[in-house]
Design a protein. Sequence first.
Length: 402
Amino acid sequence: MTEVTSPTRAPGRSPAVDDPAEPERRTNSVELFWDLVFVFAVTQVTTLLFHHLSWAGFGRAMLILALMWWAWSAFVWAANAQADDSRALRLILLLSSAFVFIAGLALPQAFGAEGMLFAVAYAVVRLLHLALYADASRRGRASWSSIAGFSVTAATGMALLIVGAALHDGARIALWGIAVAIDYAGPAWLTRDRLRGLQRVAVAHFAERYSLFVIICLGESIVDIGVGAASSHSRLSFTLVAVVALGLITTAAMWWTYFDRLAGEAEQRLRTHHDAVLAAADGYSYLHLVIVAGIIIFAAGVRLQITAINQTPVGSVRLAICGGLAIYLLGQVAFAARLGVRPQYEKAATAVALLVLFAVTAGVTTWVLAVIITALLVGLCLAEQAPRSKLRRPGAPDLGLP
């Protein structure tokens, strides 16, 4: 990467992508270690939803997920503005990982007795993120005016988070909701024009980081399938093994829908986007939250489904599974649209089919529901293969573009 500004860029064009004269920045080992700590936090969010699968529980889990996601995403941006061998990056990521872990420990009781511990640990993580960005600015790799703009909303959000932790029940939830809204609104609306000049986006590193988080969440789905089977108190009957296998196939299909084409196409579009910093912020920082939320909701639902393998799935479980998958696919549809990737008609149609499936399968057994869902996801994967062979010119290389 080079410095933020470029006197030769075209008017209105973001200085967004890597300098082709420099080697591409990739994910380094300390960032992978940081991700491992977030695996624990993601697991805690899924467990929170698993134990409180109601509308109130859903709202609380999504509020906590929004907080944890924003902390992770903020560090991706700050790390993206650092050199690969930056000592500041290594030190701050290792230090912040301890506070992320503390926040994860407090997460299940964040709306109860451990609210203050969660809020303070989380606020420290966000302050460390701002310190990392300040270091990038000092080195000429990020714009201080852009950083100062969203730092105000971040600090305001963290103050409200800590104040809310001193309150109880609805007052805490309300104040935390306001804190999240203010923090998210900073880069989205309040400082959006400044955001264009924030930094150059090291595209390979940036896309890789978000793809790795999707992998982490899909891995959490696989863990929840296994935990659900271990908690079912049933012998490994044909039905249990079959439903577990179908759950794994569904998760593999979820991986396929994102990584087979979409991830690569989006990365290529970002490299040539006329307003790449804002496109990256919208497509990855914001819309990937929808994708991740869908995976976590599905994971909690499938764990409950397999835990009660001998019972007909209740409405909340069916909604978590079908709705989670629908949210995951619709998040991909929106992400593709924002990055200028080909329309994802197959995903949109499958999402609608999943919602219809929820509406018409009251009383359907676990086995039948798992078969239909797996068939829908596998059918989607097959349907998305057709345009590739039809649109590619004979003899042309497959670059992952439509």
